[in-house]
Design a protein around this ligand. Structure first.
Ligand code: SF4
Length: 369
């Protein structure tokens, strides 16, 4: 059964009700289970689990250290373009946002690479909007040719592509692809994506399948927290992850939890998620899944990130710029969203070491490929 078929068998409101009806007994059963199910995950993300945060955090830390040791991977985004033909209600690069558009050329890319390399990075995440006329597969091929020799790993967070397009990019050194569903609530998805290719919910939903069939080494999943009920959206993310791990077992997986951040012309979150709730969610995923990598970006505050590296997170970004040319070419251009933690990569590395962990500048598990 495809994921789309599996997804269509679930009713959003029924899933939501079943999460909110979980009891403390369900949470205790989930915490003590030797093998956990998606029903246990529902209990761990439910309101009933709020008073179990301490034992959840202890278990999450223990499981993370057992699988990943005391290491935190470091990565940095490189924005190549802010051109976009989509309207997304929550994004500074949305087509209806009147900002100057820029796509980096080869010389500009290399200038950005030089600065990023000087910060010590070996893992870079390429980011663009969705402008298929200019920022297309041929552009990505040229970008990979330019960038790949300078880094141990190159990841991408760009528009969803067809399977054959991923198959063209992987041999050029594409290591991983992040593809966030934003929300699994179909009506709200339509509301937040009224124009452009991204308004096709199912094409996005089926992207991880295309990536899996193309043989990508790693893919990242997630939703944008703030658009809909985060517990229900997280259940569907876990369902998706569960399906993908069983279907494309040679691929590795990571999760991110972007919370809606302010941006020029910004949307207010429909649903607020507190820091404690985000900790609960991170721990719930780790307790449910010992293998999945968990990433935390500079959207989160200094205090929160200091706390979270001990709880289940395995990779973080630092020193990020969310505008094309932000490191060297045009530092003052409009950002996709405001970052919250603006410490330098060296400061973040010091913070990681001070907590007894080791910063790792490239994706260490790649050596086993
Ligand atoms: S979220 Fe992505 S697709 Fe949507 S407007 Fe922003 S850059 Fe474009």
């Amino acid at each position: 059964m495809s994921f789309r078929e599996q997804f269509e068998r679930h009713d959003w409101n029924e899933v939501k009700d079943s999460i909110y009806s979980k009891t403390e007994t369900d949470v205790e059963t989930a915490l003590h289970a030797s093998k956990r199910t998606l029903d246990d995950f529902k209990a761990l993300i439910s309101p009933a689990a709020a008073r179990y945060l301490e034992p959840m955090a202890r278990l999450s830390r223990e499981l993370t250290q057992k699988r990943f040791g005391k290491t935190i991977q470091m990565y940095i985004p490189l924005y190549l373009s802010n051109e976009c033909t989509n309207i997304c209600t929550y994004c500074g690069f949305s087509l209806d946002n009147k900002v100057r558009r820029r796509t980096l050329n080869a010389d500009e890319i290399l200038k950005e690479v030089e600065v990023i390399k000087s910060l010590g990075y070996e893992h870079v995440l390429l980011v663009t909007g969705e402008a298929n006329q200019t920022v297309h597969v041929d552009y990505f091929k040229k970008a990979l040719d330019l960038i790949r020799p300078h880094f141990a790993q190159v990841s991408m967070e760009v528009q969803p592509l067809d399977q054959d397009e991923y198959e063209q990019l992987i041999p050029l050194g594409l290591h991983s692809v992040l593809i966030y569903q934003e929300t699994y609530h179909q009506e709200d998805y339509r509301k937040h994506h009224p124009k452009g290719k991204k308004s096709n919910f199912n094409y996005r939903l089926e992207t991880p399948d295309r990536l899996g069939r193309a043989g990508i080494y790693k893919m990242g999943l997630g939703v944008l927290i703030g658009l809909e009920d985060w517990r229900t959206d997280s259940f569907f993310t876990a369902l998706h992850l569960n399906y993908l791990e069983r279907t494309y077992w040679q691929t590795r997986y990571s999760l991110s939890f972007p919370r809606l951040r302010p941006f020029s012309g910004g949307l207010e979150p429909k649903v607020e998620m507190t820091d404690k709730e985000l900790v609960q969610l991170i721990c719930a995923y780790r307790i449910m899944n010992e293998e999945v990598e968990i990433s935390l970006s500079t959207r989160e505050s200094e205090k929160f990130r200091n706390h979270c590296i001990q709880l289940g997170v395995t990779s973080i970004s630092a020193g990020s710029k969310t505008n094309p040319g932000g490191y060297a070419v045009e530092p003052g251009s409009l950002e996709q969203f405001e970052i919250s933690d603006d410490r330098s990569p060296a400061q973040i590395a010091d913070m990681i070491r001070a907590g007894g962990y080791e910063p790792v500048w490239k994706d260490w598990d790649n050596v086993f490929v």
